[in-house]
Design a protein around this ligand. Structure first.
Ligand code: COA
Length: 156
């Protein structure tokens, strides 16, 4: 299941592996996405496209069980956008969210990127706790009519 670059970490006596593998069961990816408000209901085709076209896709594993993910869209020089930071509810509060976000911050492919950004509505305090700054009044978005797309923009 896990391959390529990976690192094993022990969180609160729970051993978790963070991997860059793209060999991910769409069923497991869907189960994880379905735990959120904004990514719930994404189809297998959509998830496959995210897996194929995201520039960075990190996943966290407890054995063969997918327990967390984060992905990044970037030009590798100027900007990077972090999307879909998700930790399985049963694994929240163990440090896994921090681990995934810090893995993005430290990712070698993003070393030269000037600014890393993300959208969030309800988790501002989480990112602030990790050292991220509010950037109010600087962003603009164009949302498609569908409410699902709007939710993705505002929260994911
Ligand atoms: C938000 C989320 C990714 C956090 O992951 P997590 O594994 O539960 O968080 P961690 O255990 O890594 O917490 C890391 C630190 O942030 C703090 N923290 C966690 N959630 C917090 C919150 N909502 N507000 C403030 N601080 C928070 C923790 O206390 C911890 O502090 P410490 O390292 O100093 O002890 C996770 O709760 C989640 O997946 N939620 C549902 C999906 C979601 O909302 N994702 C964010 C989309 S923008």
């Amino acid at each position: 299941m896990v391959a390529e670059a990976e690192v094993e970490v022990v969180l609160d006596a729970q051993s978790v592996t963070v991997s860059e593998t793209r060999e991910i069961s769409l069923h497991q990816l869907r189960r994880l996405h379905d735990t959120t408000t904004w990514a719930r209901g994404r189809t297998q085709a959509q998830l496959l496209a995210l897996l194929r076209h995201s520039d960075i896709f990190l996943t966290a594993w407890d054995g063969d069980t997918l327990v967390g993910c984060v992905r990044v869209l970037t030009d590798f020089v100027v900007r990077a956008l972090v999307c879909d930071v998700i930790v399985d509810p049963a694994y929240q509060g163990l440090g896994l969210g921090r681990l995934l976000v810090e893995a993005v911050e430290a990712h070698p492919a993003l070393r030269d990127v000037e600014q890393i950004a993300l959208f969030t509505t309800r988790k501002r305090d989480f990112y602030a706790h990790l050292g991220w700054d509010d950037h109010p009044g600087h962003g603009m978005v164009y949302s498609r009519q569908s409410s699902v797309a709007s939710r993705q923009i505002s929260e994911g």
